[in-house]
Write a protein that binds this ligand. Sequence first.
Ligand code: ZN
Length: 235
Amino acid sequence: MGRLTRTSKKRAGKSPFVANRGVLFLDEVPEFSRDVLESLRQPLEDGTINVNRAAGSVTYPARVLLVTACNPCPCGFLGDPVEQCRCTEHALERYRRKLSGPILDRIDLHVAVPRLKPEELVSLDEARGETSESVRARVVNARTLQQDRWRELGYGCNAELPERVLRRNLGMEADVRPFLTQTLKGLRLSGRGFSRVLRVARTIADLEGAEKIAVPHVAESLSYRKGEALNDAWR
Ligand SMILES: [Zn+2]
C-alpha cells in the first residue's frame, strides 16, 4: 500500500496520535494506490479517523496538514518550455485518473511550479523576496487573529470551521457575493470546493490584517484551485 502504511506501522508503537496536528507529505502522489488516497477523505474532512475491527471501532483525532507533490506527467516534461514530453496518450490518461476529483477537491492550494530557466537560476540571490522570518511573523499574526475570532465558537483556525458555521460568520465586503455569483458560473466547483475557497479567502484577508474579505482575496483564493480546471481539461 505504499509508504503511508509503512510509516503508520513503524510509528504505531510510539503513539496512535503521532499524525495529529502534524504535516503529512506525500511525494509523487499518483504513485500511491487509489485505496490509500481514498482513505484520506475522512481525516481531511473531519479531522478524525475511524478504525473498525470485529471487536469494535475506535475514533482517533487525525487533523493533518497534507502536502503532496507530483510531476505533470510520468516523464515529467508535460508543458515544459524546453524538453518535449515523451508520454503516450494512454500513459497520460492513466496518470491523470490516479488523482481523483474528490482528493483534489480536499486540497486547498494547487500550485504549479515550473522549471526555472538557466538565467533565472543564475540570478537567484538571497536579498530578493520576502524572508522566512517576515513570512513567519505574518503567519503568527494571522493565527492569533483567527484564534481570537473563533475562540468563543470553540475553533482554533479558519480551516477547522465546519460548513454550517463558515457561511454565517465570514465577514465579506458587499461586492463579494455578486463577484462570486458571476465567477462561479464559469467554474465547476463542488459545494465543498466552494467552502474551501471561502476559508482560504478568509485566511488571505487575515494575512493582510483585513477585517472583511474583499474581491481580491476571493480572486486570489480561486486562483489556487487550478487543479480542478486542470482536471476538467484532462477529462
Ligand atoms: Zn510526459
